[in-house]
Design a protein around this ligand. Structure first.
Ligand code: C5P
Length: 317
């Protein structure tokens, strides 16, 4: 399985019967009403794929210029510096640290912290895991469950302070912001408004659902199989975001190392192979796509679960 993932020859038919069944179920339920477009699966070379990703990745956040947000005064609520303007900033090297259990016992902490910026996800802690994951956090992508569910203690926990926060929630594929505002998956909007009022100095953005779905289109257009009709994982969104912001991106344990196990997260005792290979999210296809543009060596992949990617601004397309 690992060898096949590393070489890009893993297909959905090779997944366990349970994961194949979930994939079929997700395809048929299509809860976000995704409209499939053809043709798909064009075998672009690595450099063609890089250019395609660069051309089609346009970071977008809810900026308060569209209804219903404009009427609610969100243009003054959101941070005045747009996220995409960070692009011209200082980041040379960036690290994306997935939450996979395989990061345990990796001793990658120091290497991760040596990057100019580090992206982490959801409730993934650094405290107590410094040796393996480091302790620097610059960005954190969180889903709407994190801000809506009391157990995550969004308003108090140190995890969500002193970092740039990116929040997302799945809207329908044919994005209607008013409908999304009225009925998000989890109520992210009240928590966002409250946090912006309490901590206006903290850079905190909501990723635009059209940005999320444009990444889904990218994955589907470059996959031969029909992928899950659900938003990409936070990990994939984060990787593309960092490729937009940094000159070089190191991604840890997205493509799993030899340490791969069914342990879902390094900070929890829950086991499920779906966390690595996908159930709701089209994770397998995301991973196959990233595999195709990996510029790092096989050894770094085997021992560190490390993929090296070029930032968009270094590409001549
Ligand atoms: O589970 P969660 O979304 O918080 O994890 C952050 C990201 O790390 C995921 O979106 C996924 O891209 C990646 N991940 C993974 N394998 C795992 C767990 C997480 O690739 N076992």
């Amino acid at each position: 399985m690992l060898q096949r993932l590393w070489s890009g020859s893993l297909t959905a038919e090779m997944l366990s019967p349970r994961l194949q069944k979930v994939l079929k179920l997700q395809r048929s339920s299509n809860r976000h009403r995704v409209v499939q477009r053809g043709p798909r699966g064009r075998r672009r070379s690595g450099s063609q794929l890089y250019c395609e990703l660069k051309r089609r990745t346009r970071i977008r956040t809810v900026d308060g210029t569209q209804e219903p947000f404009s009427a609610l005064g969100w243009a003054r609520l959101v941070p005045s510096l747009p996220l995409q303007e960070l692009r011209t900033s200082q980041y040379q090297s960036c690290a994306v640290v997935t939450s996979a259990g395989a990061v345990l016992n990796s001793s990658l902490g120091r290497e991760i912290d040596s990057h100019d910026a580090v992206l982490r996800f959801n409730a993934a802690p650094t405290r107590g895991f410094e040796r393996d994951v480091g302790n620097k956090t610059t960005f954190r992508i969180i889903n709407s469950q994190i801000v809506a569910r009391p157990q995550h203690e969004f308003s108090h926990s140190a995890l969500y302070q002193d970092v740039t926060l990116l929040l997302w929630d799945p809207a329908q594929y044919a994005v209607n912001l008013t409908k999304w505002f009225q009925k998000p998956d989890f109520d992210l909007f009240s928590a966002y408004v409250e946090r912006r009022r309490l901590r206006p100095e903290q850079p905190f953005y909501i990723l635009h659902p059209e940005f999320i779905w444009s990444l889904w289109d990218l994955i589907q257009d470059n996959s031969e199989d029909q992928i899950q009709p659900n938003p990409p994982s936070s990990g994939f969104t984060g990787i593309l975001m960092m490729m937009s912001l940094c000159r070089e991106v190191s991604v840890y344990e997205f493509l799993p190392s030899l340490r791969r196990s069914d342990l879902c997260h390094y900070y929890e005792r829950y086991e499920d192979a779906a966390c690595t290979l996908g159930a709701y999210h089209p994770l397998l296809f995301e991973k196959l796509l990233i595999q195709r543009i990996n510029e790092g060596g096989r050894d770094a992949l085997r021992t560190k679960g490390k993929v090296t990617l070029r930032g968009f601004r270094t590409l001549r397309c």
